[in-house]
Design a protein around this ligand. Structure first.
Ligand SMILES: CC(C)C[C@H](NC(=O)CN)C(=O)O
Length: 615
């Protein structure tokens, strides 16, 4: 460890810097931007791909969507284990990025309807092919995106020396902004691509392009990361820390069980039963981690609500009017409101709101912020329920109108003007109609119609589905509350997990934090399946109430939590161990340090000489 630290100091001293930041982190930040573009771009159109391309119903689409998201946040544990105990972060990122890119390509191919459209009617004839290929694609993406998730941020952090703490903090903020910058751009672009018509034999909505561009961005992310290769500090794998933790906990439990009889004196903490075999420092570190993990128990409920932006809320938007005057917003584009608000709210919170609260003399601790974040998310779902009620009322009466009569009643809903051509041999006639957003019509063409004459008046239409009359702008309050909740909950939670974790278990706690996202997505599936509520708004109210209950439980748990300084605790343990065999170890350590410094100086000279000969 000492040798590694010396090597790192030496490496960082030698590496190129721009404005006090190692040049290598620019490649990492750009890589994250492209990777998040790829992930969120694909995710933005996913639920609509299930519904309109694979022809699944809303419930199945929602279930598979959340299973996928859950899988994306389960795999970080796998990535952390592989990186820490076997390949190291650099190689893990490279290999899993390749898997990820293959998955994105599979998704793009699965969305080409022409592949199986043998009768060329615009719909695939072998749906099984498309379903299987897209499921394989999603599995590879989940493995890739989740696997690299705990590695990329930590790998970025590794590039800074101990003296660059301020720069490291700025790096993490920029990193979070890059996540949301990538997500913002892709959530605008991929729905536009999806709305295009494309195809070889027949034109259909272009899901293949909407998945193809994220696939290309993932390849760009990989290339950018590889280009920076020579500049990175690559820490060696530290051994399977997760394995050590599990073994130590297992031993403590079995040892406690073996000594369950009253004749053995009890110990202060059940983990102390591991002292017979394991290092006191490791036990202290595990205790710190367990304390935080216990606090994590109620957290998945936040993600249960948060991640429904991409499923239920997008489906809700499909029943709303997206006409914003100058532009028409696609339902899946409404998700961009989240990253837009993140990019504005994070700086506002950090530089105005939090300092103001501090000035008022209030101690707005991380756990208090997280509690408020949960409350805001519950409020967002109350807003979603109110909007849903509005939509339900507006869509209650499915009536059949004469088109002209309908247009007289709802002239303000007209947004799309389409022209149809009827042709028979050389004769043709055209008629135009205006349509409301989300509406559906049947036209009656009289058998007596003579082509060549004006058919505008002769053709009548019946409205099958009324145009969406509730405006998508009404979703903005729910997006505002959920994003404000995210800033308070997620940004604070990330920081909290890092600050309360022992030095060698930062990655473990990051994986634990991401696990709460995975569990949250599984809860959506369970609640939606078990509750099976007939009205969507009641489901929103149910989720809001559940989060409110969890929020109360969390605030009680948080009240009893005492903040710790892991570095101080670790130093205390190291000092205690040091006191026992001080002299012998001190001499040994000094000797080792001297030898290593000499080694490094020598290798440095050789490296320098090598450069001179090459020149
Ligand atoms: C904390 C999320 C699970 C992770 C983060 N998402 C956002 O910032 C969305 N606004 C991400 O890494 O994607």
């Amino acid at each position: 460890q000492l040798k590694d630290r010396l090597y790192k100091c030496h490496f960082i001293k030698q590496s190129k810097e721009v404005c006090g930041y190692p040049l290598s982190i620019f490649f990492i930040v750009v890589n994250e931007f492209c990777e998040r573009f790829s992930y969120y771009g694909m995710r933005a159109v996913l639920v609509l791909y299930f519904k309109y391309f694979l022809r699944w119903d809303d419930d199945l689409a929602t279930s598979i969507y959340h299973t996928f998201v859950a899988l994306c946040y389960l795999t970080p544990i796998l990535g952390a284990i592989v990186a820490d105990s076997w390949l190291g972060k650099f190689k893990t990122i490279i290999y899993l990025s390749i898997v990820y890119a293959i998955g994105q390509v599979a998704m793009a191919v699965s969305a080409i309807h022409d592949i199986t459209d043998t009768d060329r009617d615009g719909t695939p004839n072998n749906m099984t092919f498309h379903v299987v290929l897209s499921m394989v694609g999603l599995f590879l993406i989940a493995l890739g995106t989740g696997g690299i998730k705990p590695c990329v941020a930590a790998f970025g952090g590794d590039q800074f020396g101990d003296h660059q703490e301020r720069q490291r903090r700025t790096f993490f903020s920029v990193f979070y902004l890059c996540i949301n910058g990538g997500s913002l751009l892709s959530t605008i672009i991929t729905p536009i691509l999806r709305a295009q018509n494309c195809g070889i034999y027949s034109k259909q909505k272009c899901y293949s392009l909407a998945f193809g561009v994220p696939a290309a961005l993932m390849v760009v992310a990989l290339v950018v990361f590889i280009v920076g290769s020579g500049m990175y500090y690559k820490a060696k794998p530290e051994g399977n820390i997760m394995g050590d933790v599990c073994k130590c906990i297992g031993f403590a439990i079995s040892n406690r069980y073996k000594h369950r009889s009253k004749q053995y004196p009890s110990r202060e903490h059940w983990m102390d039963w591991a002292e017979d075999k394991y290092d006191k420092l490791l036990i202290a570190q595990i205790k710190m981690v367990l304390k935080v993990l216990f606090l994590y128990i109620p957290l998945p409920m936040f993600w249960t609500l948060f991640d429904q932006k991409g499923s239920r809320w997008t489906l809700q938007a499909t029943t709303m009017d997206g006409n914003f005057g100058a532009i028409v917003i696609q339902p899946d584009q409404m998700q961009t409101v989240n990253p837009i608000l993140i990019l504005t709210l994070v700086p506002i919170m950090d530089s105005v709101i939090y300092p103001l609260i501090k000035k008022c003399g209030l101690n707005f601790t991380p756990l208090k912020r997280m509690t408020v974040g949960m409350f805001l998310a519950a409020l967002a779902f109350v807003c979603a329920a109110v909007v849903q009620i509005e939509i339900d009322v507006s869509r209650k009466h499915l009536t059949y109108f004469n088109l002209t009569q309908f247009l007289k009643i709802f002239p303000f809903l007209i947004i799309i003007r389409a022209t149809f051509f009827l042709q028979s041999g050389q004769l043709s006639c055209a008629f135009s109609r205006d349509f409301g957003f989300g509406s559906s019509y049947t036209f009656f063409i009289p058998s007596t119609l003579s082509l060549g004459s004006n058919c505008q008046e002769s053709i009548t239409g019946a409205e099958d589905i009324k145009p969406n009359s509730v405006h998508m702008a009404l979703q903005v309050p729910q997006y505002f509350f959920i994003t404000a909740g995210e800033v308070m909950f997620s940004v604070t939670g990330l920081e909290f997990s890092y600050s309360q974790a022992p030095s060698n278990m930062k990655a473990v706690l990051q994986a634990g934090w991401l696990l709460t996202v995975a569990i949250g997505n599984f809860i959506v599936l369970i609640v939606a399946e078990v509750a099976k509520l007939p009205k969507q708004w009641t489901e929103y109210v149910l989720f809001a109430s559940l989060l409110l209950c969890v929020c109360i439980i969390f605030s009680i748990m948080a009240y009893f939590y005492t903040y710790i300084d892991p570095t101080e605790i670790e130093a205390k343990f190291r000092r205690n161990v040091g006191d026992d065999d001080d002299d012998k170890n001190d001499k040994q350590r000094k000797l080792e340090m001297e030898m290593m410094k000499r080694d490094l100086d020598r290798s440095d000279d050789e490296h320098y000489k090598g450069k001179q000969t090459k020149m």
